[in-house]
Structures are given as C-alpha cells and as structure tokens.
Design a binder for this molecule. Structure first.
Ligand code: IFM
Length: 456
C-alpha cells in the first residue's frame, strides 16, 4: 500500500520552489544506519555490539530505550525499499552491521548476516536505487571491545578483515563503499564526553582511538581494493566549519585550534599523510597518541580514496576563551545550530584545501519535534524549510565549482537516536513504533517533488 499519497498533506499544491535546478545526473538520496533501524538484535547469529551493552547500562540512554526492535527494518525491509522507490530516491545509504557479519569480531563470516545485506542490495537494484554502504556506523562487536576495542591496535586489523569479507561477497554491486561513519563522534562522544558507547571520559584513550580508527580506514581501503573493479571507496567524516565568535586575535587562534581538532585531525592524515602540527601539540598534552603512531601508519592511512563523504549538521563558534558559543537558532538537538551557509563554506573549503575530490553529502537533517496529529498527518514544515535552505547551500557550492555529486538526507525514516533513544525523530518517514506503521511526513512529499524536478 503506497505510503506517499501524493499531495495528501499539501492542500495548496507543491511547496514553493527557489528555482534552483541541480546539474543533470545529480543524485538525491537518504541515509540510515544498521543499529538505528534494524532491530532483530539476536536474529540469524548477530552478536551484541557495544551499543547493545551501552543501552543496557542504567542511565545511559533516554527512557532506557534500546535498538532491540527499533524500526523493525530487518523484517520489514522490503516495504521500506518500496517507500524509497515511491519517494524517487536515486541512492540509499545504509550501514552493514559488523556483529551480523563477524559475530566474534573476526572470521569466519556469518552467512545469514551477509545474506540480509545481499537482499537489501538486490532489492535496491530491482527498484532502480543505487546502494551506498557504510562498513562501520559505531556498532563495534562487543567481543572486540572486551579485548580493548579501538584502544587496541588489533581492532583496526580486524576491521580490515571484515571489510575484505564483505566486499569479497558484495563487490561492485555496491558502487560506493564508505569505511567509517563520523570517526570524530566515536572519539568525542564515545571516549571524551561518554554520551555514546563505550562511554569513556578519558582524553588519553580518546586520541589513541582516533589514530586506530584512521588506521582502520586505511587498512580497510587496502583490503577492499582487490575485491573491487569499478566500485569507489571513501571515508564519511562529520565536518564542522569553525568561526570565531568575535574579532579578537584570541578568538581567531582558538578557532584555528578547534578546526584542527574537529576537521584537520581527520582530513590531513587521509589526504596529506600527516597529522596537523597544532592539533598534535594540543593532543600531546592530553594523550600518548603520538607513541601509538608506527612507521608506515600514515602511509596506510593516506591510501588513495575515490570520494569524500561529507556529513554536515552545525557550525561551531569559538570564543577567545576557547569555549563554544551559540549564534543561531537551535533544533530539537541541543548541539545543532541552524546555519545553511556553513554547508557551502565547508564544501568550498574542502576543495580549496584538499583538491578536487568528488564529494557526496551523506548526512544532513534535523529533529523538529515531529508530531503525528489527530488526522494522521505529520506537518514538519520546519524540516521542509531546513532542507530547502541546505539544498540551496549545496547548490551554491556547486556554483562555486565544488564537485558535489549527491545529497543524502538524514534520515530516510525515524530511528533510534543513540543516547536520545526514540525521543528525537529525524526521518522523512514517520515511524509509529507501536504499530510499526510508516507515515510520510510533509517533508517526504516535499523531497519527492525536489527529486522529481531536480529543482529546489
Ligand atoms: O543519528 C545520527 C547518525 O547516526 C550519525 N550522524 C548524526 C545523526 C544525528 O545525530
């Protein structure tokens, strides 16, 4: 049964357009990740990940929510792919759950886990949607965490082994492979502020983890290459344009340092084969990371990539004290300021500093207090406005010469928002978690029009 009853929410016809047409061939997509939507946490041999453990630790996740059922996508995937087709998606970015493929964190491969993603990939192709797969969206197998997780260099080699196994099976059927989703979030939330699994608040560990994540990326690129003829590989960092909060030289200096820790720490090693000196100096005062960098590591990390996946949510403003400052309206997420120009700025900056690598926006979106009203509709006008302004910002980057090829809205559907549980809804499609019914929000209808016309 179609979920997008066209115009059902829009009494006056389509949303107003800005008249910005994207280049022919521009790809419109949407994104999700495994633990956030799949559920079926113990099905077909899946083992616990650090998030299963974290969710069961009292006080860590709002309302004690877990991803045990989530949007039940593992069982309802075919209907969800049908909705994607109705939307007109050209690309669907999903993640593969490491604990489904290698339940013990190392071989042998669990065929039933692999079969699920084969069904997803085939189902997308049957519907004319191009798959884009992320190999790591934070669900480290608990078995590896028990051996030290990302603090343990060996985890990077286990990740490469898993990446090789998955690409040996699915290969070029997935034309774009993304290695790590937002390594910075693992470092900052998983190891600095403790809000995410595994829940540490330890800078010493955090930056060792940063190096091992980057090493895992490089080792995975090398391990996957022989399995791919045409498919491309890239990382998916979240980038934050950093701006001084005032005109003082102190704010400028603090902003530069913030940029080092937020952006260059993850981009310089991949594109330039070196860590940024200012960030390293700051890290030296907090962490023994430098001692963990072995000969050849930076060569491995800078193995050539084919594209950069950019995730943009918010700018960061930095005061002379080094503290961050709010300058723009917030979304329902306390950390997210609405500033579309930041998207243009970060895309242009990547081109200027790192060259003309093809770029894909692999996440952008917001939670906006979405409510299912008594008539069964979700009028998320704030999301329509947010998306329109950010699409326009992407268009401006293309006009400025950025090689931007696609845009993936976060998220295709409501899902488990990590420590916020199910309270924040980020989807184009509303999920009624009681009935597991899917309901198209106003933004889904808006997005279907954008896709159909390639115009914002
Ligand atoms: O839900 C997350 C996603 O898993 C990673 N990027 C940010 C999103 C919103 O917080």
């Amino acid at each position: 049964m179609p979920v997008l009853t066209r115009r059902s929410l829009l009494e006056g016809g389509p949303e107003p357009q800005l008249g910005l047409t994207f280049p022919t061939g521009f790809v419109w997509g949407a994104a999700t990740s495994a633990y956030q939507i799949e559920g079926s946490a113990t099905a077909d041999g899946r083992s616990p990940s650090v998030w299963d453990t974290f969710c069961r630790t009292p006080g860590k996740v709002r309302n004690g929510d877990t991803g045990d059922v989530a949007a039940d996508h593992y069982r309802r995937y075919a209907g969800d792919l049908d909705i994607m087709k109705e939307l007109g998606l050209g690309s669907y970015r999903f993640s593969i759950a490491w604990p489904r493929i290698m339940p013990d964190g190392r071989g042998p491969v669990n065929q039933k886990g692999l079969d699920f993603y084969r069904r997803i990939v085939d189902g997308l192709h049957e519907r004319g949607i191009t798959p884009m797969a992320t190999l790591y969206h934070w669900d480290t197998p608990q078995a590896l965490q028990d051996e030290g997780g990302w603090e343990n260099r060996d985890t990077a080699y286990r990740f490469a082994e898993y990446a090789a196994a998955v690409t040996a099976a699915l290969g070029d059927a997935v034309p774009t492979w993304l290695t790590l989703n937002e390594p910075k979030t693992v470092v900052q939330n998983g190891y600095l502020n403790g809000g995410h699994a595994p829940g540490f608040t330890d800078p010493a560990k955090a930056y060792v983890v940063a190096h091992h994540l980057l090493l895992a990326h490089g080792l995975a690129v090398q391990a996957m290459r022989p399995n791919l003829d045409t498919a491309r590989i890239g990382p998916a960092p979240n980038l934050h344009p950093c701006y001084p909060a005032d005109d003082s030289p102190e704010a400028a200096a603090q902003t530069l340092l913030m940029d080092g820790l937020e952006n260059r720490l993850y981009l310089d090693p991949i594109f330039k084969g070196e860590y940024p000196a200012d960030a390293l100096e700051a890290i030296d005062a907090m962490s023994p990371m430098a001692k963990y960098v072995q000969d050849q590591d930076l060569k491995i990390i800078s193995s050539p990539i084919d594209l950069l996946a950019v995730q943009y949510y918010t700018p960061i403003y930095v005061a002379a004290t080094g503290e961050t400052v709010q300058k723009h309206p917030l979304t329902e997420a306390f950390w997210q300021q609405i500033y579309p120009q930041g998207l243009t700025d970060i895309l242009v900056r990547v081109k200027e500093d790192y060259g003309d690598v093809p770029l894909s926006i692999t996440e952008n979106g917001l939670p906006c207090g979405d409510v299912l009203d008594a008539t069964g509709k979700v009028d998320d006008s704030a999301r329509v406005e947010f998306l329109r302004d950010h699409f326009a910002a992407a268009h401006a980057a293309i006009e400025a010469g950025v090689n931007l090829e696609s845009y993936h809205v976060w998220s295709f559907m409501d899902n488990f928002e990590w420590q916020e549980g199910f309270e924040q809804r980020w989807g184009l499609i509303y999920v009624d978690y009681e009935s597991q019914q899917r309901i198209a929000k106003r933004s889904a209808l808006y997005y279907a029009d954008v896709i159909a016309t390639n115009t914002v």
